[in-house]
Design a protein around this ligand. Structure first.
Ligand SMILES: Cc1cc2nc3c(=O)[nH]c(=O)nc-3n(C[C@H](O)[C@H](O)[C@H](O)COP(=O)(O)OP(=O)(O)OC[C@H]3O[C@@H](n4cnc5c(N)ncnc54)[C@H](O)[C@@H]3O)c2cc1C
Length: 454
């Protein structure tokens, strides 16, 4: 396989990852003098802030996903290639991917993060992560399957395991999924399963720290805690999950919770580029960059968004920025400007994050929001949450579908997309993926099995 890119005099910018940062950068390089190549393992951009609503059957996966090829239609000098990136060879300016090697003049690493299980292999094997659209669909299927099995299983013990849900991680994602599942318990279960008492479903939200939403103020954490407790979620603070065994989540204090729906949203680590390590990596395996998002030690390699950390350079964020969509978007925008400036021999602008605030929702009429010194909680924060998220989704069709689903769910008191659907891959695709997986395309530039670009 090969990239099959047309030869050109233009300098080539290769962007790894079409998330918030990579997509903004690619968009801002529209009409530039660069040949832009976007590489992503998926053929679509996704909108993580609403992923939890896929898991809770509130919205369709397609309404928060957008195909790259549609975004970049009718654009000269732009090329999308679906591939998995693993290694970079800076001396040769070559990137190694699952479909071959590609040469770059500028490389931008914007591959985001992956779920961090903190080295606990057993937890990794059994827990359900919720980092992207396909994992959220996996969670939705598991939840709904467990409800179905709870009706027909042989023992009370098994029924309780099937109906208990344990969510580990009290950040925004944990809080939002706990709220959505509590609404499902209160409004959907009694109607869908009249022959099974919904009170049997227990939702546990476990957080190792002293409070929920640690990135927000204590007052906001308290609001969210009150909301969730009122909604019947069992919130356990200062509790550390250490293992999972025989359908039991095991806590450090020795206690156990029976469950077959063990959701892990407790942390992230930067996506790995196999031969960038040691001196290049900071906290959470994030790639260390300077104030221009340039990777330490290289002239033409940059990293933006969740995958990088800027420990110095932005006086307001000593130690690095939070891993948020706005950081990635603002870095992508500035980097486009800086790459153009580099070509013209002009000086580069340093990155300064403009904090636009933070918000989270736990369900209908209940959200929290913080903007600089202003704090909001309740109905108006929820309205603001709806508006901000709706505005941020790509595409009018997607906005309309999400809005329709929200209105429908609001009045019907039910998430309506309660399907258990497993995708079946065509044999041709299965065989090709197996072939690619068996090829060696690791740290060795001369490795066999992957073709060179030209
Ligand atoms: C469930 C959830 C909810 C969130 N809610 C919020 C919120 O409400 N507000 C907020 O500000 N932030 C939120 N975030 C964080 C926010 O989504 C991230 O900060 C943001 O997506 C980072 O953008 P990025 O461009 O760095 O990476 P991403 O948006 O993660 O994009 C990375 C891209 O790289 C691709 N990729 C990864 N590895 C490879 C590889 N090896 N080869 C090829 N392609 C690869 C991926 O397919 C993806 O398209 C949430 C995150 C999650 C997971």
């Amino acid at each position: 396989m090969a990239f099959n890119l047309p030869k050109t005099d233009k300098k080539r910018v290769v962007i790894v990852g079409g998330g918030f940062g990579g997509l903004k950068l690619a968009n801002k390089l529209r009409n530039s003098d660069f040949q832009v190549v976007l590489v992503d393992r998926n053929n679509y951009h996704q909108f993580p802030p609403l992923i939890y609503q896929i898991a809770s059957a509130g919205i369709e996966p397609s309404s928060i996903s957008f195909p790259f090829r549609k975004i970049f239609q009718k654009r000269d000098n732009f090329f999308f290639r679906m591939a998995e990136v693993r290694s970079v060879f800076p001396e040769q300016n070559i990137l190694q991917t699952s479909i071959g090697k590609v040469r770059y003049d500028y490389l931008v690493l914007a591959a985001g993060t992956t779920t961090n299980f903190f080295g606990n292999k057993n937890v990794e094997e059994h827990a359900i992560p919720m980092k992207n659209v396909s994992e959220a669909m996996g969670l939705r299927n598991a939840l709904l399957e467990n409800f179905e099995r709870a009706l027909t299983c042989a023992s009370e013990t098994e029924r309780q395991e099937l109906l208990n849900v344990v969510i580990v991680g009290g950040g925004a994602t944990g809080v939002e999924v706990a709220g959505a599942l509590s609404e499902m318990k209160n409004h959907v279960l009694p109607k869908d399963y009249p022959d099974m008492p919904s009170s049997l479903m227990n939702i546990y939200l476990i957080e190792a720290g002293t409070r929920l939403l640690p990135a927000m103020s204590e007052q906001t954490s308290q609001h969210v805690l009150n909301y969730l407790r009122k909604m019947g979620v069992n919130v356990l603070l200062n509790k550390m999950v250490t293992d999972y065994d025989h359908h039991r989540v095991i806590l450090k204090d020795g206690s156990q919770i029976a469950t077959r729906t063990f959701i892990w949203v407790s942390g992230v680590a930067a996506e790995k580029i196999t031969n960038l390590d040691g001196e290049h990596l900071g906290r959470g395996a994030r790639i260390i960059v300077d104030e221009h998002n340039r990777v330490k030690g290289f002239d033409n390699i940059f990293s933006i968004g969740d995958q990088c950390i800027m420990p110095e350079g932005d006086p307001n964020y000593p130690g690095g920025h939070p891993q948020l969509a706005q950081v990635a978007i603002q870095q992508g925008k500035l980097l486009a400007r800086n790459l153009k400036a580099l070509e013209k021999g002009k000086s580069l602008k340093s990155f300064r994050y403009r904090n636009l605030g933070a918000m989270a929702t736990v369900g209908r009429n209940r959200a929290v929001a913080e903007f600089s010194t202003m704090k909001m909680a309740g109905f108006w924060a929820w309205i603001m949450w709806l508006v901000v998220h709706l505005r941020s989704i790509l595409g009018i069709r997607n906005k309309s579908i999400v809005l329709f689903n929200w209105v429908w769910n609001y009045f019907s008191y039910a998430q309506s997309l309660r399907f258990i659907v497993y995708a079946r891959k065509a044999k041709e695709v299965v065989d090709r993926q197996a072939r690619l997986a068996s090829q060696h395309w690791g740290n060795d530039l001369n490795s066999k099995g992957v073709d060179a670009e030209e």
